[in-house]
Design a protein around this ligand. Structure first.
Ligand SMILES: [Zn+2]
Length: 161
């Protein structure tokens, strides 16, 4: 499990599936990829759990250092998730073999997502995967009208007990 924190909000997710997907993607391609992330918040909104890192919609645009997520199938997918108590929480994307630090364009996209009426998520997350082994994560949250970098919490010790 990975744990991140911004002020009183913690964000947690199991990284196994997304890392597996990224590895598979990089076996054939060296471009960026990404998708939406789904999950839920606790009632007091203090804890977000990401349950799914989705694969890219078919109309996404994959560049060497850019990724523009498409929308095909997203509305239907989110409607189905809604019935299961899961919601759009944000987007993820891969920076192949490079730092998972958000670009200016990424931060701009996060603000656009925040204002997207269809997504209904005013405080969206952005998870970026990258690093030399493509296993590093950065998590950003758009909150208080700004994109903020969340702090990575190392809870691996607790996980093993
Ligand atoms: Zn990026």
């Amino acid at each position: 499990m990975k744990y991140f924190k911004y002020k009183s909000i913690t964000i947690q997710f199991d990284e196994k599936n997304i890392l597996k997907y990224v590895e598979k993607h990089l076996r054939h391609k060296d471009c960026e990829t990404g998708g939406i992330i789904c999950g839920y918040y606790t009632d007091d909104l203090s804890q977000a759990t990401i349950t799914e890192f989705c694969e890219p919609p078919k109309d996404s645009i994959f560049g060497r250092s850019t990724f523009s997520r498409g929308v095909v199938g997203t509305e239907k997918y989110l409607k189905e998730k809604w019935n299961k108590g899961q919601y759009y929480l944000g987007d993820w994307h891969l920076h192949p073999y490079s730092s998972p630090i958000a670009s200016f364009q990424d931060l701009n996209q996060l603000e656009i997502n925040s204002n997207d009426k269809q997504l209904k998520c005013p405080e969206p997350l952005m998870v970026i995967v990258g690093g030399s082994s493509n296993k590093d994560f950065n998590v950003y949250i758009f909150i208080e009208s700004e994109a903020k970098l969340c702090q990575h919490l190392d809870k691996s010790i607790q996980d093993n007990h």
